[in-house]
Design a protein around this ligand. Structure first.
Ligand code: FES
Ligand code: FES
Length: 154
C-alpha cells in the first residue's frame, strides 16, 4: 500500500506492505537505523519514535497506520551540525554508555519536556517506564533530563 506521511518535517511517500511494522519499515526501507530493534515485543522502548509528538513503540504499529501522520526520529531533533539541548545534556551528563537505548530515551525526553518543562524526578521515572537501559543504572539519564530542562528554559 502506498503511504504518505511527514518524517522529521519532510514529506515522504513510500510503498509499505500491509503486514510490516513501522520499526521494520523505518529501518529496512527508509534506512533510519537510529530506531533500534530490541525485544520487538513492545517491552524495551528502544524502537520509540514520536507519532504526532507522542512517544510510541514502532514495533507495535504497522507502517500503514502512519499514513497521513507526523513521525519524528532522533534525526529530526538536531539542526545542521547543532545538537538539540536534550542531546547536549545527555552528552554532558554521560546519559548513555553503549547508546542502544539512547535514541528512544531522548525522544521520550522530548515528549516529556514538551508537555512538562519542569519535571520532578518522579515525573521523569514515570515517563521512562517503557524505556529500558541495561548500562547506565538510570541515574545519569535522570540527570540528563534535568539538565535538558534547564538548557531549554534558558
Ligand atoms: S523493540 Fe519495540 S519495544 Fe522493544
Ligand atoms: S546505554 Fe546501553 S542500554 Fe542504555
Amino acid at each position: 500500500m502506498k503511504i504518505k506521511f511527514q518524517l522529521n518535517g519532510q514529506p515522504v511517500e513510500a510503498e509499505a506492505p500491509i503486514d510490516e511494522t513501522l520499526l521494520d519499515f523505518l529501518r529496512n526501507r527508509l534506512r533510519i537505523t537510529s530506531v533500534k530493534k530490541g525485544c520487538d515485543l513492545g517491552e524495551c522502548g528502544t524502537c520509540t519514535v514520536l507519532l504526532n509528538g507522542k512517544p510510541v513503540r514502532s514495533c507495535l504499529l504497522l507502517a500503514v497506520q502512519i499514513d497521513g501522520e507526523d513521525v519524528t526520529t532522533i534525526e529530526g531533533l538536531s539542526k545542521d551540525d547543532n545538537l538539540n539541548p536534550i542531546q547536549e545534556a545527555f552528552v554532558k551528563e554521560y546519559g548513555f554508555q553503549c547508546g542502544f537505548c539512547t535514541p528512544g530515551m531522548i525522544l521520550t525526553t522530548k515528549a516529556l519536556l514538551d508537555k512538562n518543562p519542569d519535571p520532578s524526578i518522579e515525573d521523569i521515572k514515570i515517563a521512562f517506564e517503557g524505556n529500558l537501559c541495561r548500562c547506565t543504572g538510570y541515574d545519569q539519564i535522570i540527570e540528563s533530563v534535568l539538565r535538558a530542562a534547564k538548557l531549554i528554559k534558558r
